[in-house]
Design a protein around this ligand. Structure first.
Ligand SMILES: NC(=O)C1=CN([C@@H]2O[C@H](COP(=O)(O)OP(=O)(O)OC[C@H]3O[C@@H](n4cnc5c(N)ncnc54)[C@H](OP(=O)(O)O)[C@@H]3O)[C@@H](O)[C@H]2O)[C@H](O)CC1
Ligand code: K
Length: 500
């Protein structure tokens, strides 16, 4: 699914008005109705303090005030005054409300006008939406601070006021909402980690914008959804045999970190590969054969670390390397040797990435189509510090292009950055997965998918989606606090079932 920017969303609005057709005031009414229904269903307050700017976001707020009043609620409206005369639909809604006279309207012209906000009310933030084109200053910034200091919860309409859709809002005055009721589609701002304090829980309000529009525009960003992954997924043929599903190799573990090897191997086994081998330090062999009897074990010559490749890499259709291997000198030599040899595509994770970060020339040895799976800290070690998280997305994509690899930048909204310059955000998964071992599970899954012949793009998109979905099932079964990486593995099967 395409991730549209603010300008494209406004064009979609205009497209719907022209082709449905619907007059824009009615589209605003549709939007306000959706928000009002949500407020009536999900909030218990009997008074709503509705703060409006003078654009269409403010127009939404005025319409919501009227609809809440019609449903028996008390609404008070506060207008952030400015020299602007107001958008057409704002003015229409203002006139309707003015004639109604039952809803008090207060004009905010200076700091003295900022109202005392009772704890028991609900604040509705309809100051600025997708039309924000500069940071908030003056009274607008003071009002935002005033609302953020209030005890009452804030519900933002479309996007928290002051938050830019498509660029960083670092250092800006932004509303901190408990919930955001956003129209039709997610905005990029909601997928970026640094914005977490602002948008709270995001709820999509379907306002029936015409579905034909997104096909008419191009965008570098996409959201990974079930439909996309279903298109990638290839059901297993009934007459297939294990030879049809590739042979995956996991290279992982060191003394005290055999668990990482076990998690990667188990998740690899659970993700469909025909055969799975695992290269571990010699001392880990018994643990691996007991913990993952379906896998074949290639013991390292060294007792406690990965040091040598005493086997030919040719039979393996994909190799995952890194979980728990450490960054010792022999392991570093091993990784260089692996990168220099002609092998199938690699999935590089954890300490493999840390070794590369310390020896950046190794980046030039990466085989095209390899997948790198850094978490934000590993990403910084590899590619330096960026001034904000939007920049991080930009750098991930430019590095994917430069080295012709797929970069999976892990996080709550994992980004799959592709060498063709596009980026795919994953929206499955939950905070219960923010625990040791989750990344090892992803490495195993990606290696398994690559081994089966999925391209690195397909494997990365499908893998992060299934990993998150398995995590969501694990959270349902065990709870976010109690769930562990093994629970994610246990639910990979159920995640696959959603693709049939
Ligand atoms: N697209 C949809 O699905 C629908 C959206 N709706 C709602 O409309 C808003 C977008 O409305 P818009 O009028 O385009 O913009 P805003 O209300 O966000 O902003 C209005 C004007 O405010 C000025 N502005 C921008 N930044 C600042 C600032 N930092 N300080 C002061 N003023 C600012 C700017 O005008 P200028 O002339 O001053 O540049 C904006 O134009 C969307 O978010 C939805 O809530 C529809 O109701 C339904 C469909
Ligand atoms: K808003």
């Amino acid at each position: 699914m395409k991730l549209l920017n603010a300008a494209q969303i406004r064009q979609w609005d205009a497209f719907t008005i022209e082709h449905e057709p619907i007059v824009s005031l009615q589209l605003m009414e549709r939007a306000a109705n959706a928000c009002t229904r949500w407020l009536l269903q999900h909030t218990l307050a009997d008074v709503y303090y509705i703060f409006c700017g003078k654009g269409n976001n403010g127009g939404d707020g005025l319409a919501i005030a009227r609809l809440l009043y019609n449903s028996g609620k008390t609404a008070k409206v506060f207008i952030l005054e400015s020299d602007a005369k107001g958008s057409e639909d704002y003015i229409s809604n203002f006139n309707i409300l003015h004639h109604l006279s039952a809803i008090p309207i207060y004009q905010l012209r200076s700091e003295q006008d900022l109202p005392v906000i009772p704890e028991s009310c609900i604040i509705v933030d309809a100051l600025f939406g997708t039309g924000l084109n500069r940071g908030l200053t003056g009274l607008a910034a003071q009002l935002v601070q005033h609302l953020n200091n209030a005890q009452a919860p804030t519900i933002a309409i479309d996007i928290p006021s002051g938050l830019f859709c498509d660029q960083s809002s670092r250092g800006q005055s932004v509303i901190r909402a408990r919930h955001t009721l956003t129209f039709q589609v997610l905005k990029m701002a909601f997928l970026i980690a640094e914005n977490e304090p602002f948008f709270g829980l995001v709820h999509l309000m379907d306002i029936n914008l015409l579905p034909a529009f997104p096909d008419l525009v191009s965008t570098p960003f996409h959201i990974i959804n079930q439909a996309l992954v279903q298109r990638i997924y290839r059901p297993r043929a009934a007459f297939a045999h294990k030879g049809n599903f590739g042979h995956a190799l996991i290279i992982a573990g060191s003394y005290g970190k055999t668990g990482a090897a076990l998690l990667s191997t188990r998740s690899c086994l659970r993700s469909g590969a025909g055969l799975v081998s695992v290269h571990v330090p010699e001392k880990s062999v018994a643990i691996m054969q007991t913990g993952a009897p379906e896998a074949m074990v290639l013991p390292d010559a060294d007792a406690t670390t990965i040091t040598r490749m005493d086997y030919e890499p040719d039979p393996f259709s994909a190799i995952g390397v890194g979980p728990g291997i450490g960054t010792g000198i022999k392991t570093r030599f091993f990784l260089r040797e692996l990168l220099e040899r002609e092998t199938s595509s690699l999935v590089l994770d954890a300490d493999a990435l840390n070794i590369i970060a310390e020896n950046p020339e190794l980046l030039n040895l990466l085989r095209p189509g390899s997948i790198l799976t850094p978490h934000p800290k590993e990403f910084t070690r590899l590619f330096g510090t960026q001034e904000d998280d939007f920049k991080k997305v930009e750098v991930a994509i430019s590095k994917a292009m430069e080295f012709n690899v797929v970069i999976v930048l892990k996080g709550h909204r994992t980004l799959v950055a592709l060498p063709d310059g596009t980026g795919f955000f994953n929206i499955s998964g939950n905070a219960g997965m923010a625990k040791g071992g989750s990344g090892d599970v992803l490495t195993g899954m990606l290696t398994s998918l690559m081994a089966q012949g999925y391209s690195s793009k397909e494997a990365a998109i499908m893998g992060v989606f299934l990993h998150g979905l398995a995590g969501d099932f694990a959270a349902t079964a065990r709870g976010m606090d109690a769930m562990i990486a093994t629970d994610i593995i246990e639910h990979i099967g159920k995640a696959f079932e959603q693709l049939f």
